[in-house]
Design a protein. Structure first.
Lengths: 344, 334
């Protein structure tokens, strides 16, 4: 790994040491939900890093731990029942997990912006859009009402909402779904964050609006240059916008690679299976859509075997004995599969 | 909103007319004689004259409209004459069978006592209930929540005539802290008389406040719980707002919508509940007036006090609806 740093600027290794200016560096994150029926291990030993201006796609089925991982970073989960039992989150030289709640609040909405899945319920119905947009500005940047209002108008124009200054006085129910998600994006971007975490920002929207939102984020990324973590279960979306992709399964990252590598040469059997489920334009109509047989794993208790083993087509004896660690396939691809053991 | 309010106020008129007619009919169906309580030495012919003078022998419908005319025409004239010095011609005022004094004068005398006791207890009840509801929900299943739930259950299920007597036994008889009877002739003129007023108000107020707070705190708690798990709360936290702002601005504002409705709708029924509490503590308010009037077969007084309760119910229904529109921007009436 040491030599890898100097190979080229394009072909960078996917896990850089902390001193290599990663804006966000997550190491061995583990989150557990303490429930009455026992502990649910929702996030298991997740590590990734995010360079400035990079877009990292996180894909996986429902319940694979994508959202919980991101919420854990800023402790946005209800605790209890959730508990972050291990790991570190390095952001700007400090560990977010050991920060006091007061210091963490300065980062939430300030340096790290969050966009959520459902714009219908993510905005407070009884406050005007302007009020909700001005809140982070006044909290983090200490702006007075007038300055905040001016900035709010700019932000709404930035995300493409027409007649912005009048719309500040409107309530969320007076906006359509796509417009509300634009408002959410404006709120997340209000304080010029270094990192934007988008938790399935287009899942609740219809396809045309989805395309608009993706365009807006692509555009804003170029204008503002922040790093983005994009959580989705849509591999097609990720292929179009991401620089790198982390595939999650059973609360862990099973494959982590540059986007081109992932689509050209997927190594983990789960990634392969996922890519096979994508319908393609050239297919005959009568061909049935492919699905991965079986169900997402039950995460009660720590993982003692590969969580994908019951559904895996290349499963062999070792898969049942221990959970595979992440093996380096190449400098820009990692796979947590015993098949790669010889490569690691 | 204004046109809506005006429309609702106009619609309230036929509603109230109908309610007062039904009340009148119900009272008239029960046999009663305004002269029954008079001394037996009064000869029957005189009694008949008295009935005649009270309009008791008129047909049922005529009596109803006579009452109505007195309430909406005669009494406002009296009020105008007193307030602005106008000199309207005043006919026969509405007379209480029992006391031979105008019913409205009686009511005006009684209202302050009721408002003091009922009003204060309601305000105290809401002031206790709202914070308890908020904390109970925010720290669900904590010791605080458990105790709050327990007290609410007691306050809700034990009737006021029981808690009232229990308090008298404990605080007046055993400890001797507070007077057991509310002295309505007491005048507040200096610090010590004010202290006495507070002392004598504490028990009736707390009895009613406990009952009100029990109910409202439960509504507050469940409404807060509904809202605390909403997505917008997570958004507010993700914006970096303090817990205080998240809970007391974002969540509370949403949670107050159903609770304010309950508070407004319950207010008239509190006057009804005060009936019993006023009896227990001998507060000579509206409730006591009504009970004495029922016992004495005093039709005009019973009728008028009951209709006043009906007016309050209709009015607070309207206030609840208007507040709903004020608090929730998704509801617009125009």
């Amino acid at each position: 790994m040491d030599g890898a740093k100097y190979i080229s600027t394009v072909n960078h290794p996917i896990e850089e040491p902390i001193e290599d200016k990663a804006v966000l560096d997550v190491r061995n994150l583990e989150t557990v939900f303490r429930t009455q029926d026992g502990d649910v291990h929702a996030v298991n030993d997740v590590s990734f890093s995010l360079r400035p201006g990079e877009l990292l796609g996180i894909v996986g089925e429902s319940g694979s731990g994508k959202s919980v991982t991101m919420m854990s970073l800023l402790k946005l989960l209800a605790m209890p029942p959730a508990e972050i039992v291990g790991g570190s989150v390095n952001f700007g030289g400090q560990d977010l997990l050991s920060l006091s709640l007061k210091d963490l609040r300065a980062i939430r909405g300030g340096d790290i912006g969050f966009i959520f899945q459902d714009p219908m319920t993510s905005l407070n119905p009884v406050f005007t859009v302007g009020y909700q947009l001005m809140e982070p500005l006044r909290t983090h940047l200490g702006m007075d009402k007038k300055a905040a209002r001016q900035r709010a108008v700019e932000l709404l124009e930035l995300v493409g909402i027409p007649s912005a200054s009048e719309r500040l006085r409107d309530f969320p129910h007076q906006f359509s779904g796509g417009m509300r998600q634009r408002v959410m994006i404006a709120i997340a971007l209000a304080c010029d964050p270094k990192v934007l975490i988008a938790d399935e920002p287009t899942t609740a929207l219809d396809v045309t609006v989805q395309a608009q939102i993706i365009e807006i984020i692509k555009d804003l990324r170029q204008k503002l240059g922040m790093a983005i973590v994009w959580i989705t279960h849509d591999l097609g979306v990720v292929a179009g916008i991401a620089d790198r992709v982390a595939v999650m399964y059973g609360g862990q990252i099973v494959e982590y690679a540059d986007v081109d590598r992932l689509y050209e040469d997927p190594r983990h059997p789960y990634t392969k299976a996922l890519l096979q489920t994508l319908p393609s334009h050239g297919d005959e109509r009568d061909e049935r859509l492919v699905s991965i047989p079986g169900q997402a794993p039950n995460l009660k208790g720590p993982l003692k075997a590969c969580p994908f083993a019951p559904r895996c087509s290349s499963v062999f004896d070792k898969c049942w004995t221990a959970n595979p660690p992440s093996f380096d396939v190449s400098i820009n691809q990692k796979s947590a599969c015993w098949l790669e053991e010889s490569n690691g | 909103m204004l046109t809506y309010t005006i429309r609702r106020l106009l619609l309230a008129i036929p509603t109230l007319l109908f309610i007062s007619f039904v009340i009148f009919a119900v009272i008239k169906l029960s046999p009663s004689d305004p002269t029954a309580n008079l001394p037996l030495t009064i000869p029957p012919e005189v009694r008949e004259k008295i009935r005649e003078s009270l309009g008791f022998n008129e047909p049922f419908i005529v009596q109803f409209f006579l009452w109505l005319k007195q309430l909406v025409v005669t009494e406002p004239k009296v009020w105008m004459n007193n307030a602005f010095g106008t000199e309207f011609e005043i006919g026969q005022r509405m007379i209480s069978y029992q006391t031979r004094s105008p019913v409205l004068d009686l009511i005006v005398q009684r209202i302050p006592q009721t408002l003091w006791v009922v009003g204060t207890s309601y305000v105290v009840g809401v002031l206790i209930a709202v914070p308890i509801g908020i904390i109970s929900a925010y720290k669900q299943y904590s010791v605080f929540d458990q105790i709050g739930t327990f007290i609410a259950m007691i306050g809700f299920s034990v009737p006021t005539f029981f808690t009232g007597v229990l308090m008298i036994l404990f605080f007046s008889v055993n400890l001797g802290w507070f007077p057991s009877i509310y002295d309505t002739t007491h005048v507040v003129e200096d610090w010590s008389s004010f202290l006495f007023q507070v002392k004598q108000m504490i028990m009736p107020t707390m009895v009613l406040a406990l009952f009100n707070a029990a109910q409202i705190s439960r509504y507050m708690r469940s409404s807060m719980l509904d809202n605390l798990t909403q997505d917008y709360v997570r958004t507010a936290r993700a914006k970096g707002l303090t817990e205080k702002t998240v809970v007391l601005v974002h969540v509370l504002r949403n949670s107050m919508i159903p609770v304010v409705t309950v508070i407004a709708l319950n207010l008239p029924s509190v006057f009804g509940g005060a009936l019993i509490t006023e009896q227990v503590f001998q507060v000579n308010g509206l409730g006591q007036l009504l009970i004495l009037a029922i016992q004495g077969g005093d039709v005009p007084t019973v009728q008028t006090v009951t209709v006043i309760f009906a007016v309050l119910i209709v009015l607070f229904n309207l206030i609840a609806d208007v507040l709903y529109g004020v608090l929730d921007p998704r509801i617009r009436y125009d």
